[in-house]
Design a protein around this ligand. Structure first.
Ligand SMILES: NC(=O)C1=CN([C@@H]2O[C@H](COP(=O)(O)OP(=O)(O)OC[C@H]3O[C@@H](n4cnc5c(N)ncnc54)[C@H](O)[C@@H]3O)[C@@H](O)[C@H]2O)[C@@H](O)CC1
Ligand SMILES: Nc1ncnc2c1ncn2[C@@H]1O[C@H](COP(=O)(O)OP(=O)(O)O)[C@@H](O)[C@H]1O
Ligand SMILES: [K+]
Length: 494
């Protein structure tokens, strides 16, 4: 897992690394430029003309090094400078000196417009909203039709807080070593474009002295978080779980959770659905067992949890009287692993007095709107939501999965993990129901809370990527769950 540092900490990391390894900062900049160019040549055909806009700090220094290297690879490169080069950072000035003469170098106003624009004006050093020429440049670049790529950060975007004023709108941002926090905020996706994170080789031990509790997870050592089962295992070893939800017209949701749990490896899945859903589930999923229904069109009655390893509740549940009672009963009486999603969260939001029933084995999986209903607070921005999520889990001792692009997992010890799997093709009805099934399944199989949630959220996103690459915009939630076995295979999980 990669620790996320603040923009200010980057400088200190840089200094510690350079001193520790006995190299100079210029060499680190060379590395950054090299990894950028290695990515660039894969993405951009050689025929495209490239304009690189450089500030005079180290981000601009990266830009100049990139210009030199792309020129060396045969691209036609123009550099547009903004700011006073004489007062540039030492590594900027050194890179200016070694820029080959055949690379055209102008002030930003005179730089010819390329088919590709590389933004190396500001990186993590930005400390105020853009003004003057900087603002004019970014406005002008944003109005141009070109492929736009930012180096480390889109210029104008602060690394750890909300955007104010104009920000360069990139198609791609290639960020070094770890994603800067603000690149992960959904409201900044219009600036970041597609996020690419490239290591510049700074060893993990250099991050240890920084006390950030936020991490970026790209599936490192995922296989080690999984349980192994001996050949003699029987279905009981793979967990007996209950999935409760569904209502008239919304039986598909709990069906998706059920199929997802079975594809994740659950041994026995029992469904608690209303009477109107019994035939639907029994016909569509022969592997599932249906518990005696409580209500006619909405779930009701009580839940027998004797011998049950985990319970997932919420998809399609509705907010009828029976559903409200069931959520209350589950929270009060069941101390085993529990996943609460969708209407179970909405019901909890309506009854804040029940929050005190939450415990270490409960995971809540709200999307942004459900999170707002749960806390009763409208997040001002994603930074505010990150803090609200952390405060919530620390206070109530449960786990919270705030869904979206870069789903944020908050653990009760205050650690927060951004998940780096997933794709825009998952933005389709029912994909959250699939996650409920996956998480309940892992918990039922006896995974620790932390491992279940990390494995569950990562595989869900990875299965979504696999489905998305096959079906694109036509991806269905069912396609996502059908890719779970492929995601397991990919990581060698048998
Ligand atoms: N690990 C690292 O630390 C590395 C950093 N590198 C690059 O260095 C960048 C950071 O460089 P710097 O710290 O020099 O910062 P920047 O290049 O982002 O900014 C330079 C300076 O611009 C000034 N400035 C800030 N906001 C302004 C505004 N709105 N208008 C006008 N001037 C403004 C500030 O004085 C700031 O220090 C990173 O984003 C990355 O691109 C890379 O060279 C590789 C290694
Ligand atoms: N743009 C996106 N990028 C990555 N993942 C996404 C994106 N949009 C949605 N998802 C994922 O899809 C799921 C959607 O869940 P949810 O909003 O509960 O949908 P539903 O209620 O229809 O099941 C979440 O796990 C979320 O992380
Ligand atoms: K930049």
């Amino acid at each position: 897992m990669q620790k996320i540092l603040s923009g200010n900490e980057v400088k200190s990391l840089d200094q510690q690394y350079v001193a520790g390894e006995g190299i100079c900062s210029y060499q680190l900049m060379e590395r950054a430029a090299r990894v950028f160019c290695a990515w660039f040549v894969q993405e951009v055909p050689m025929e495209k003309s490239v304009s690189i806009y450089c500030g005079t700090g180290n981000n601009g220094g990266d830009g100049l090094a990139i210009a030199r290297m792309l020129d060396g690879k045969g691209y036609s490169v123009h550099v547009g400078l903004i700011g006073d080069p004489d007062s540039g950072s030492p590594d900027f000035r050194q890179n200016l000196q070694v820029l080959p003469e055949r690379v055209s170098l102008d002030s930003w106003e005179k730089c010819p417009s390329g088919q590709v624009i590389v933004d190396a004006v500001f990186g993590v050093g930005i400390n105020r909203p853009l003004g003057g020429d900087y603002q004019s440049l970014v406005q002008e670049l944003n109005a141009r039709a070109a492929l736009k790529i930012s180096v480390d950060m889109p210029s104008g975007l602060p690394s750890d807080g909300p955007a104010e004023g104009d920000v360069f709108r990139a198609d791609y941002t290639v960020s070094f070593q770890f994603p800067k926090l603000s690149l992960l905020a959904p409201e900044h996706a219009v600036f970041t474009g597609k996020l690419v994170v490239k290591s510049i080789g700074i060893d993990r031990r250099y991050f240890e002295s920084f006390d950030s509790r936020r991490f970026f997870y790209s599936g490192e050592a995922l296989e080690t978080l999984h349980k192994t089962f001996p050949n003699s295992s029987h279905k009981g070893d793979f967990g007996r779980i209950i999935l409760a939800g569904g209502s008239y017209g919304k039986m598909g949701s709990i069906g998706l959770s059920t199929r997802a749990a079975l594809r994740t490896g659950s041994g026995l899945v029992f469904c608690k659905v209303p009477a109107c859903g019994v035939d639907i589930l029994q016909t569509s999923i022969p592997e599932a067992m249906v518990l005696p229904p409580g209500g006619e069109t909405e779930v009701g009655g009580s839940l027998e949890t004797e011998g049950i390893d985990a319970v997932g509740m919420g998809p399609g549940l509705g907010k009828g009287k029976g559903a409200v009672e069931l959520v209350h009963e589950l929270l009060r009486r069941y101390s085993g692993p529990t996943v609460l999603d969708a209407d179970a969260i909405n019901i909890l939001g309506d009854h804040p007095e029940w929050l005190s029933f939450l415990h270490a084995k409960v995971v809540l999986t709200p999307h942004l709107k459900e999170f707002e209903r749960l806390t009763g607070i409208e997040g001002k921005n994603h930074f505010h939501r990150m803090d609200l999520a952390r405060d919530f889990v620390v206070k109530y001792g449960c786990v919270l999965v705030l869904k979206g692009a870069y789903t944020l997992i908050s653990f009760p010890d205050g650690q927060q993990v951004f998940n780096n799997s997933g794709s825009v093709h998952m933005a389709t009805g029912g994909s959250g129901d699939v996650l409920t099934g996956i998480l309940t399944s892992f918990l039922g199989q006896g995974y620790s809370m932390k491992n279940a949630v990390l494995c569950g959220v990562f595989h869900h996103g990875h299965a979504g990527e696999l489905a998305g690459s096959q079906f694109g915009r036509g991806t269905l939630a069912s396609d996502i769950l059908e890719k779970i076995p492929e995601s397991f295979r990919h990581f060698g999980i048998v």
